[in-house]
Design a protein around this ligand. Structure first.
Ligand code: NAX
Ligand code: ATP
Ligand code: MG
Length: 298
């Protein structure tokens, strides 16, 4: 695990005065609806805190003023439930380095239909996508949407992993072999990268398996998966930019996922040390800077 941290360090771009705004990452979050406005915020602000330069949120018209009110740093587009949602997002794709699809998306059929079009447009432009939360609900319904897309990373929790496996694998889940279960799901989806979050995070691209057991915390408050998916959006961009020569034979997406899992757990650990049982994801977002420095810059 120690040299895996070195692989993550290898993909982190240097901070220099020679760069222009946006060069270190322009990330789009697709999600945010009437019920859920926190999740897309957590994902978007985490991307900025990890080191992206710009964070866009593409959400429903109703959710937009709420998410805008959380932070001036976010660029919030109230388009996800518009009749031209796909075109409204697609026109931004040339200016985005990665999309994080799902935080706070909800399961409205109309929104899922729009997100299907957005995913197809993203694949057509070779945009890397992290798919989380209710984006995974859509994938479980229509696995062909990302089948074989090598620039896709899925980040299911326990329930989402089960739903995906039941949708894609015929034989029942073998819970006694977590590595094998993630390997098989990745292979069945055409070697997309899968992160099964849990007491230990298991990551596979259908060829290799990494496990993240970085000490986290025993707080299971909502939103931690959104911090992970937002951080992962940036790390995916950096890892693909750095290329496989910097990741010592591991797939860049595998290394990016290990980095995001480690960072999320470290944030949880540091926040829990300060706040104990009252820890929330907001406290964890505040720890992104110090946790990143401790894991990857010291
Ligand atoms: N503040 C917010 O706006 C938040 C919104 N969220 C959104 O809520 C939507 C649904 O997310 P959910 O995570 O509820 O997804 P699910 O609808 O898949 O719920 C997961 C269910 O599985 C159960 N579960 C989780 N881990 C388990 C385990 N280890 N063993 C057994 N059962 C387990 C949970 O109790 C939960 O009921 C997503 O779009 C998500 O982004 C969440 O991210 C939480 C925060
Ligand atoms: N039992 C556990 N012990 C330690 N860490 C855990 C445990 N379960 C999950 N985690 C960690 O908590 C974080 C979020 O995982 P979780 O399964 O809660 O995702 P999620 O349900 O998608 O979260 P969200 O509420 O954002 O949707 C990950 O970093 C994961 O590694
Ligand atoms: Mg989640």
């Amino acid at each position: 695990m120690k040299n895996t941290f070195q692989l993550v360090r290898n993909i982190i771009p240097p901070l220099t005065t020679k760069k222009h705004k946006g060069q270190d990452g322009r990330i789009g979050i697709v999600g945010g609806c009437q019920e859920y406005t926190g999740a897309p915020y957590f994902a978007a602000i985490s991307a900025l805190k990890v080191g992206a330069d710009l964070s866009h949120v593409f959400c429903t018209q109703e959710a937009a003023p709420v998410i805008k009110s959380y932070s001036p740093e976010l660029i919030v587009h109230p388009v996800l439930d518009s009749p031209d949602a796909v075109q409204d997002v697609e026109k931004w794709l040339p200016r985005l380095h990665a999309l994080v699809v799902g935080p706070g998306l909800g399961r409205d059929d109309g929104l899922l239909r729009n997100v299907k079009g957005i995913l197809e447009a993203s694949k057509a432009r070779d945009v890397p996508v992290v798919i989380d939360a209710d984006g995974l609900w859509l994938i479980a319904e229509q696995p062909a949407l990302i089948q074989g897309y090598q620039k896709a990373v899925l980040t299911p929790n326990h329930a989402e992993f089960r739903r995906l496996s039941e949708a894609v694998l015929r034989d029942p889940l073998d819970s006694s072999d977590p590595h094998g279960a993630v390997l098989r799901l990745s292979q069945a989806l055409g070697n997309v990268t899968v992160v099964r979050k849990g007491e230990r995070d298991v990551i596979s691209d259908g060829r290799q398996v990494l496990e993240c057991s970085q000490e986290g915390s025993s707080r299971r408050c909502g939103g931690q998966g959104d911090l992970l998916s937002g951080s992962l959006g940036v790390l995916v961009h950096w890892a693909l930019l750095a290329g496989p020569e910097k990741t010592d034979g591991f797939s860049p997406l595998l290394v990016a996922a290990f980095g995001a899992c480690s960072l999320t757990r470290q944030c949880s650990h540091q926040a829990f040390q300060k706040h104990g049982r009252s820890t929330t994801t907001t406290d964890m977002v505040a720890e992104v800077g110090p946790a990143f420095a401790r894991l990857f810059e010291s």
